[in-house]
Ligand binder design. Structure first.
Ligand SMILES: O=C(O)c1ccccc1NCC(=O)[C@H](O)[C@H](O)COP(=O)(O)O
Length: 219
């Protein structure tokens, strides 16, 4: 299959500082993720997220991340932040994920049995999902682990856009894109100097490698 000049979307996740948001937008990120999952070292309060939302450039999506948060917390984040997309990492079902009316991505834990299901089953389970995000954690584990999973396990024939996540860095994202041809790539640990603190140079190198993959011609 020939492939050239396709644009892989880029999501930077787990930002905690408005300055990092501004730099991410300048570097060309398509989406910025804010973590509201309990127990995460990148978790921010809705008031902080509002400040970071204001730092977003036009035409850059804001994504709110949850992992089995109570429904009233999800509602409150949606009310205060007005994210363009939600991302669910826990055992939420389709009814829960779609309840606020905001488009959502369902994270699929590639270390759990759901990952072995037929793509049609995934779609049946989450008919309202805007797409899936394949991440390396197991059931009950959390995202943002910095660990890579075996990309060949991504179910073939998923009918919705999918996002590749889990341990991506400037050193492996070129190969990851060529191997899986995702709609988007998502990175958190791989662009950090410490949890929640993004590193400008790592962000820039990551974007460069995604652009390189997008210009690569495959036979
Ligand atoms: O980042 C967290 O701490 C987190 C906690 C609970 C659920 C999701 C979380 N993060 C999700 C992400 O940052 C990304 O979608 C993805 O897991 C990539 O992370 P990484 O492997 O660190 O690049």
């Amino acid at each position: 299959m020939k492939r050239t000049l396709f644009r892989t979307r880029i999501k930077f996740c787990g930002l905690t500082r408005p300055g990092d948001v501004r730099l991410a937008c300048e570097l060309g990120a398509d989406a910025i993720g804010f973590v509201f999952a309990h127990g995460s070292s990148r978790r921010i309060a809705p008031a902080e997220a509002r400040a970071m939302r204001q730092a977003l450039a036009p035409m850059v999506d804001s994504v709110a991340l949850f992992s089995d948060n109570p429904a009233d917390e999800v509602r409150e984040v949606v009310r205060q932040i007005r994210p363009s997309l939600l991302q669910f990492h826990g055992s939420e079902d389709d009814a829960f994920c779609r309840a606020s009316g905001v488009p959502y991505l369902k994270a699929i834990a590639m270390g759990s049995p759901i990952a072995n299901e037929h793509p049609a089953a995934l779609q049946q389970q989450y008919p309202s999902a805007a797409g899936f995000l394949f991440d390396s954690h197991g059931a009950g584990g959390s995202g943002g682990s910095g660990k890579v999973f075996d990309w060949s396990r991504i179910p073939a024939g998923v009918q919705k856009p999918f996002v590749l996540a889990g341990g991506l860095t400037a050193d492996n994202v070129f190969d990851a894109i060529i191997a899986t041809m995702p709609w988007a790539v998502d990175v958190s640990s791989g662009i950090e100097s410490a949890p929640g603190l993004k590193d400008g140079d790592r962000m820039r190198r990551f974007v460069e490698q995604v652009r390189r993959a997008d210009c690569h011609v495959l036979d």
